[in-house]
Write a protein that binds this ligand. Sequence first.
Ligand code: NZQ
Ligand code: ZN
Length: 392
Amino acid sequence: MKNFTFYSPTEVIFGKDTELQVADEIRKHGGTRVLTVYGGGSVVKSGLLERVEKSLEKAGLPFTSIGGVSPNPRLSLARDGVKKAVEFGADFILGIGGGSVLDTAKAIAHGAANPETDIWLFWKKTAVVTKSSPVGAILTISAAGSETSDSAVLTNGDTGEKRGLNTPFNRPRFAIMNPELTYTLPPFQLSCGIVDIMMHTMDRYFTLTEGNELTDEFAEALLRVVIKNGTKAMENPHDYDAMSELMWCGSLSHNGLTGLGAVIDFAPHQLGHELSGKFDVAHGASLSTIWGSWARYCYQTKPERFVRFAEKVWGISGGSAEEVANRAIDTTVAFFASLHMPTCFTELGIGMQSEEVLGQMADSCMFFGKRKIGGFRVLDRDDAFRIYQMAN
Ligand code: NZQ
Ligand code: ZN
């Protein structure tokens, strides 16, 4: 086990009707003037936004709102949000939605606390976040894990760059998680979420670090629970227990726990971000598209790791390490397909891409020669190009 620091300070308020506690939570965490942030309208349609606003009114908390956050959230809207927060004098930012909304709320919080700095500089790593405003989350989709993660991902619509920022200042003060709020999810978003939850653990699990027993067992249990309850949720999205398991897995899969003490990988995420940045495809779909190709390209670095994954997660055994590893990869890809998720570019809806485009994505993924990605197998530009070719 390698040295680690684990800091997961978000207060989790889980269960039915918990959104009614929002005003108390905001006050408890020092908020007196609130900017609420939401997406393209699902929270308006479901009545959640109205319920939240009524609670704020009743508690005498002044608020203003910014809506219209899109999936693969845009820098431009986050900048508008910063302006609004500063003009209103908001001292608390409340995100009501999924990863896109929560990441935008985090960006607005950084901007509101540092109005002299253009927020994109934080994502370009030319400025460092040293203070931020407090953020609270009301989660409506089990997927990105932003409600407890230290990460926020923004897309610069002008350049097509999709970039993540990791900082402890990204951890929300509280996360209100009512599984019933996820009942209205379209099947495609439910599937995207299941894939993303799995990938947050798998991108940590595929590591060369040995002897990390608790973290490994924890990761394997989480994957089994997601696979079982993801299947149930697809059959009945009003299954409270299945939706609860997914919601809790979503947070624990990305708060750091499933990779503690190990070198983490996250190459599939980085490869996927290029697809979302260039073609505006859903995050979970980018991951299901890329993972099989990544795994087939990389497993030989340490087939034993895939054998353990096969046995502990899928109950697959018997045969050579090579055979078992390949069966595990095929089974995982087939599971994604059973969720109606794409597993190649054509299924993703972007069609076959030219070698020139694949090369552009590979270059961009490596920040034009400034970085390599991955911890299981370190990948350079040519590796990324070949993985994109395999997924094409
Ligand atoms: O915009 P609205 O109308 O709310 O609709 C959303 C959106 O169209 C809809 N939706 C959400 N909850 C719903 C609902 N529709 C009906 N009923 C509900 N209860 O679902 C669509 C997708 O929403 P989005 O917030 O984009 O989904 P998700 O939570 O998957 O977030 C994806 C974003 O998070 C980033 C991704 O890259 C992507 O930009 N990630 C953030 C991470 C983090 N901050 O830690 C880590 C992840 O790896 C990921 O990169
Ligand atoms: Zn993800």
